[in-house]
Design a protein around this ligand. Structure first.
Ligand code: BG6
Length: 487
């Protein structure tokens, strides 16, 4: 793919120069996630040596003002305070960085960017902007003469709002960048435990023989958040939980749980396996939505204000979705995958639960098979990171009425395993991989489109059947969902 320099970094030119152009540098994603991630990589000495960074946005400010604002927010961050040499790292970081106030869709204005980048540099255009701008920005990059073979583009979700609009965005970007030069980010794939899930499945021989409908009863994947939509509602109202979270993060987690072992940890091999899962998802349409999906919306409660109050007027947008999905292939036939996500729920919790089947018959007098809890593997991503396997264990001691059991948990908690004391932002891993030319944790076009095709069926089913949003009080666990969720 890309030639690598001595440090193993992608370097098609052989000069070592890499230049990240951050479009939308004044926005929320850039200031909360991307710029801090880049600085923390600098703190840990992980940024490529020759890397330059240009922030681009329409806000009229100088490079010095942009840097001063950024340092103001970074210098009191616990990771900055905990690190030795933060001031030195900042001086290295700020020396790499400048800022350009231009409209990135204007080809003439983008020519100014050309003066700021070295002609030999390996360029990354990171689109932290509205997806409607991905096409126009790509064209402006091309017109400014910056879309050569050494240029790549990083796209944030959401890519489109449905299959048709996703195709339009992908086509517009493809006019300028070939598929191997497009990196689509799903930040969930940068989370430590998500990568560990790949390790758990494929670095251990133990689980693979059990990993199918022969031994697994069902799988539950939850992304529960306690915060509400707040002032993001103009975006959120158009998307809802189905398009904002399920089409991407939840389906990516499902793919990693359900995919066949790839032949190697290579982008093409992994994408191919994930795509097979997405294409095997049983369609859920008008006739199935009532039995297999729940839509909810938070109302005022212990956890805060209601969505309608935040938005100012009532709306039909779901802030909670639960879906009972099925994968029609040999490995997973008959195993429900329960997916749910919501805002203003009772707890912040992201986890994947693999529920194994109960023992077929109990040999213990006094303990029926129902008294023995079935084994369960819980892969927890947030708030803490942990992988725990629950097993039945004999309660110690003498007893005349047979053995008694209780579930115990074998935990692979990262903190007990010499984990990094401060958790990394998921973007750190993904940015580093982008610089290294490793696209395994990025999402391919066909995956995005297959996920939309399935999600579109559900959205259409909702529209055609008029399935209403069910209210749930902020701070609760969402609406009841008989058959769509297992408690
Ligand atoms: C984003 C969604 O992709 O992921 C947000 O747009 C959501 O609505 C966020 O809050 C959750 O990410 P994390 O990493 O905090 O779980």
């Amino acid at each position: 793919m890309f030639i690598r320099n001595d440090q193993g970094q992608a370097d098609p030119t052989g000069t070592g120069a890499q230049h990240l152009v951050l479009l939308g540098a004044g926005g929320d994603l850039a200031s909360r996630m991307l710029l801090p991630s880049l600085f923390f990589l600098e703190l840990d000495g992980l940024l490529p040596e020759g890397l330059k960074l240009t922030g681009v946005s329409r806000t009229d400010e100088t490079s010095d003002d942009f840097a001063a604002r950024l340092w103001e927010s970074l210098r009191t961050h616990p990771r900055t305070l905990a690190a030795g040499g933060a001031a030195l790292a900042w001086s290295r970081f700020s020396a790499r960085m400048d800022y350009l106030a231009v409209d990135a869709t204007d080809p003439e204005a983008m020519k100014r960017l050309k003066d700021a980048v070295s002609p030999d540099a390996d360029l990354f255009f990171y689109m932290a902007t509205s997806p409607s701008l991905y096409g126009p920005i790509s064209r402006a990059v091309q017109a400014a003469g910056l879309a050569g073979p050494r240029s790549r583009v990083v796209l944030e979700k959401p890519i489109g709002r449905d299959l048709i609009s996703a195709r339009a965005v992908n086509d517009a970007v493809a006019e300028v960048f070939s598929e191997d030069r497009i990196l689509r980010i799903d930040h969930y794939l940068g989370k430590e435990t998500v990568q560990n899930l790949i390790g758990l499945r494929f670095a251990n021989a133990l689980f693979e023989p059990l990993w199918s409908n022969l031994n697994i009863d069902h799988v539950q994947i939850t992304i529960a958040e306690t915060h509400g939509v707040g002032d993001r509602w103009p975006y959120y109202d158009e998307y809802g939980a189905l398009r904002d979270m399920l089409q991407n993060h939840l389906l990516q987690l499902l793919c990693l749980v359900a995919m066949e072992p790839p032949s190697e940890l290579d982008p093409e091999a992994v994408r191919h396996e994930k795509l097979k899962v997405l294409r095997s998802l049983r369609p859920i349409g008008r006739a199935e939505v009532a039995a297999n999906t729940v839509r909810g919306q938070y109302t005022a409660g212990q956890g805060g204000a209601g969505y309608a109050e935040e938005r100012g007027t009532p709306s039909d947008t779901e802030t909670y979705v639960a879906i009972r999905a099925e994968i029609d292939n040999w490995r997973w036939a008959g195993v429900p995958f329960y997916l749910r996500t919501g805002k203003r729920l009772a707890e912040r919790r992201t986890e994947i639960v693999i529920q194994f089947k109960a023992v077929p018959h109990s040999i213990f007098p006094g303990a029926g098979s129902g008294d023995l809890d079935a084994n369960r593997l819980v892969i927890r991503l947030q708030p803490e990171e942990d992988i725990a396997l629950s097993l039945m264990n004999k309660r110690p001691g003498l007893s005349r009425d047979g053995m008694r059991f209780s579930p115990v948990s074998l935990s692979l908690s990262n903190s007990a395993h010499g984990a990094e004391p401060d958790r990394r932002i998921a973007y750190e891993r993904l940015l580093l991989d982008a610089f290294d030319g490793n696209s395994t944790l990025f999402v391919g076009r066909s995956e995005v489109e297959a996920a939309w095709a399935w999600v579109d069926g559900i959205a259409e089913g909702w529209r055609e059947s008029g399935l209403p949003v069910q209210p749930y009080p902020a701070g609760a666990w969402g609406p009841a969902g008989e058959g769509v969720w297992r408690s």
